[in-house]
Design a protein around this ligand. Sequence first.
Ligand code: 13P
Ligand code: SF4
Length: 300
Amino acid sequence: MKEKILRLKKEKNAIILAHYYTRPEVQEIADFVGDSLALSQKAAATDADIILFAGVHFMAETAKILNPTKKVLIPDFKASCSLADGCRAQAFGKFLEDYPGYTVLSYINCSAEVKAMSDIIVTSGNALRIVQSLPQNEKIVFAPDRNLGTYINRALNRNMVLWDGSCCVHDRILPDDILELRVSHPAAQVIAHPECPTDILELADFTGSTAAMLKHVAASTCREFIVATEPGILFELQRQNPDKSFYPVQAGGIDNVCEHMKLNTLDNICRALETEQPELLLDPELMDKARKSIERMLSY
Ligand code: 13P
Ligand code: SF4
């Protein structure tokens, strides 16, 4: 299967972009594996004819918006995201009516429609830097992740109005899930993604995006890490740091995987490359509106 995918990729001048949360075998055949920020930069810059996005729907949409002449394939259209699903454009528009004159800042984990209603997009990798660059008294609405929004508010002493959404994977982690691992691994550092709730981030030694976690671990003298994010990242953590140990945080004793990310398999990636379906298509006018807020992020 891997050989067939590599052959098809070459024949069709396709690039496979994969998020760190996908299955190990998917990360292995990808041309580039990254966090949401790096993946959007890669999608914008590629000269491949086909972008196959092994991630979730909003990521493929971002790729299409940034590089609209390319054919963007998504192996399974059901690969969605609880953050994007929990912030429908119509409800968001109604919500914004209460905040005239506010700057609308949206996390990249949202639909193209919500991006089109936003002034600036951020990812977990650049949110602090971008908010910091806005005047302290600027009135801001932040959507759709209340956990990331709370993290930014606390870190930068801001008072952004938050849309009440969350990532189902990070939001279900409880303090006990970490405290139990700490008992069995007392020397381990806790690293956490800012999509986690505040009580989890308060237990963390380091908070950052998936790429920031990888950077932190590579530079750290610590040899053991309790990892509070989707366990798919352990593949790259272990690959880069074969001499260090990683303990994924479970949620109530169950592996805390993102079912959406795991919908990407070698089987459907191969089929998508073979048939060039399913292709992600978006309304050109919608793309033009959404692109403005993403490009504003990329310009930072
Ligand atoms: P990053 O890739 O920005 O770390 O975000 C994690 C995530 O949940 C992607 O859906
Ligand atoms: Fe969405 Fe959470 Fe899955 Fe990321 S991990 S795609 S934020 S549901």
